[in-house]
Design a binder for this molecule. Structure first.
Ligand SMILES: [Zn+2]
Length: 382
């Protein structure tokens, strides 16, 4: 069985499914989830499972419902995103999976094709010897790394057929994560007035205006550092991109910045935006610096540790002799998007987030085996 998970994983890694992340400079041959989704659909078909592709044809998600006609059976939705981050600067062949010293290298090996490989291998084993003890909605969603369009497409396709809870596979080193921060991305633009640099007093320098805004954001960030969740740590604000101007001899009329704001449970997009607007007013640049977009990339996850989702995962781990504590993760996931849609859940999967998105991404084979055993346990016991 462990060998099956590894075989699936190698096949999955060999199929590029890069999220374009809004860029247009990535080869079309490696962009999009269609090839991986089609492969998955065929593999599930081989196991006698009908899987549907939903969403747009070039960015599809996979949905397969394996339900029994037993009343009162719990339904769990396992979501393992299909997309990976791009491959710029990778120091290993991204789509030529290599096994070395118990590690499987390649883009997506850890984040999060290992989760899907473990799920399909476990499903194959459990169905091979009987029936599932829970109804399963298997989801491979597109676009987790950017906008979570895949989750919206999947929820649309499911309509009223909703699960009791959700497990999103992400690299947590097999820990059950019940909470994480939310992620907001904000873009601000400064509008100035361009004149010749020999006569700057006649113009209005957008870079200087934006710099005042940036300092105000940094002061807000320092205040946020005092707002601490016992599990998740502080709320944060970080400026990631700042740019503007045309030439040394032109007073710039345009400059922009992009910042990343991490929300704690209880904070909202609206409350975060109001704080940003207040910071611009305090810095006296509110008339010249505009928030042009402020979007919730990933909502917070805040599942109580006593919730059935967490408890079912803890029990399955403990049955396998593994520690079953609940924890939190530092990154946003699609579990937060499901929670915002009214579906509670947890995050759990093989491998370490420290290996995800890296130039030498890998997952330990032992972790893939452990996740496969976990899914077998989860799917074969009520
Ligand atoms: Zn991921």
């Amino acid at each position: 069985m462990a060998e099956r998970a590894l075989e699936y994983l190698k096949d999955f890694v060999a199929i590029p499914s890069v999220n374009p992340m809004g860029r247009s400079d990535i080869s079309e041959e490696i962009v999009g989830e269609a090839a991986y989704a089609g492969h998955l659909q065929a593999e599930l078909g081989r196991l006698g499972i009908d899987a549907a592709l939903v969403g747009s044809p070039d960015r599809p998600s996979v949905v397969a419902e394996i339900r029994r006609s037993v009343p009162g059976l719990e339904t769990v939705l396992v979501a393992s995103h299909l997309d990976t981050v791009p491959v710029d600067g990778m120091e290993i062949p991204p789509f030529d999976p290599r096994l070395e010293s118990g590690k499987l290298y390649g883009r997506g090996s850890c984040d999060t094709k290992a989760g899907m490989a473990a799920l399909v291998a476990a499903l194959e084993r459990v169905l091979g010897r009987g029936e599932l003890a829970r109804n399963l909605i298997l989801v491979g969603e597109a676009d987790e790394e950017l906008g979570s369009q895949g989750v919206r497409d999947v929820l649309n396709a499911l309509g009223e057929r909703r699960p009791d809870w959700v497990l999103a596979t992400e690299p947590t080193e097999m820990k059950v994560a019940c909470s994480h921060k939310g992620v907001v991305h904000v873009r601000m633009e400064a509008r100035g007035h361009a004149v010749h640099a020999s006569n700057p007093a006649e113009g209005k320098n957008a870079i200087v205006l934006l710099s005042r805004a940036a300092i105000a954001l940094d002061e807000l960030a320092q205040r946020l550092a005092g707002r601490v969740d016992p599990q998740l740590g502080p709320a944060t604000l970080s400026i990631g991109v700042m740019n503007g101007g045309h030439a040394p001899n032109v007073v710039p009329d345009r400059a922009f910045l992009v910042a990343d704001r991490r929300l704690l449970p209880g904070e909202t997009l609206a409350s975060a935006r109001a704080e940003l607007e207040a910071a611009l007013v305090d810095a006296r640049v509110a008339d010249d610096v505009e928030i042009v977009s402020c979007a919730l990339e990933k909502p917070t996850l805040s599942t109580p540790t006593e919730h059935p989702a967490a408890q079912a995962c803890v029990r399955a781990l403990e049955c396998l002799g593994r520690p079953g504590e609940c924890s939190s993760v530092a990154f946003g996931t699609d579990a937060g998007v499901f929670e915002a849609a009214g579906l509670p859940g947890v995050v759990m999967g093989p491998g370490s987030i420290l290996r995800a998105h890296t130039a030498r991404e890998y997952v330990e084979v032992a972790q893939v085996e452990a996740m496969t055993d976990f899914f077998v346990q989860l799917l074969s016991t009520p």
